[in-house]
Design a protein around this ligand. Structure first.
Ligand code: ADP
Length: 254
């Protein structure tokens, strides 16, 4: 569960808050898109969840953990409970695909045996088992993002957050990555994705939260579509076939 209650954050020197009284409740196993123009506050909201930034006021509870009580030295430990996927993949260039995933598990304290057991399974999940010995620069962008996703789901996090995970990918690869996130969601992981990609949001029809100037201006809980302001989407206007006065009682035609 992701819970933000009245969260406000103004960066030092900024005239306006990056997040302004944001309240948000995401249930376990939801798939949520976070949309909004550049500067709307999406990254800041993500940074609140990863505790890269702290709110000036308000409460944040992630997976039952009240972030007010996560001490600085425990932040890395807390972050390991989340899966985090980045726009630029953040893979270690001198490590193979296998090692990139294995290292994340090693850092999390998993035994060698568990790691040897887990890594092939996750690589299979993301469709990269046959690329295990390659280095990141030998892979296409979409494949690199798959490795990054494999690395973040290997520890089976309850929550996966992804800030613009498809920004550097072409249309087809974007669809593949989103399908992979959907599959991970189907296995029971809560997913929160920021994106500017209108078509993936509209195709998936999941929950869509829109931020504008640091505020949530729209929260479409089901069948959400991409829209950047508060105006609800209007169904196409039905044009009347007859002028108003013609709607008066008409003689019955038999
Ligand atoms: P988005 O991810 O939607 O583009 P951001 O969360 O990056 O939006 O930014 C929200 C607002 O906060 C913007 O006005 C931006 O200029 C400001 N901001 C973001 N990061 C910083 C920072 N480190 N220092 C000062 N202002 C920042």
């Amino acid at each position: 569960m992701i819970l933000l209650d009245n969260v406000t954050k103004t960066y030092p020197g900024d005239a306006h808050p990056a997040l302004d009284s944001v309240s948000l409740h995401i249930e376990p196993n939801e798939f949520v898109f976070l949309v909004g123009k550049s500067g709307a506050g999406k990254s800041t909201l993500m940074k609140m969840i990863t505790k890269e930034e702290n709110p000036d006021s308000g409460k944040i509870i992630i997976g039952g953990i009240d972030l007010d009580y996560v001490k600085k030295r425990n932040i890395p430990n807390y972050r390991r409970r989340l899966g985090v996927v980045f726009q630029d993949f953040k893979l270690l260039p001198r490590r193979t695909v296998y090692e990139n995933v294995a290292l994340a598990l090693e850092i999390a304290g998993m035994s060698g045996r568990e790691i040897r057991n887990t890594v092939p399974k996750v690589l299979e999940l993301v469709g990269l088992l046959d690329q295990a010995k390659k280095f990141p620069n030998q892979l296409a962008g979409g494949q690199q993002q798959r490795v990054s996703i494999a690395r973040s789901v290997a520890r089976q996090p309850k929550i996966l957050i992804a800030d613009e995970p498809t920004a550097n990918l072409d249309k087809l690869t974007t669809e593949e990555i989103i399908n992979l996130l959907k599959k991970i969601n189907d296995f029971g992981t809560t997913i929160l994705v920021t994106t500017h990609n209108e078509s993936i949001v509209n195709n998936l029809q999941k929950r869509v939260i829109t931020l504008k100037d640091g505020r949530i201006v729209n929260d479409q809980k089901i069948n959400g579509i991409y829209k950047l302001d508060a105006t609800p989407a209007q169904p196409p206007q039905r044009t009347l076939q007859t002028p108003g006065h013609a709607l008066k009682k008409q003689p019955k035609v038999i």
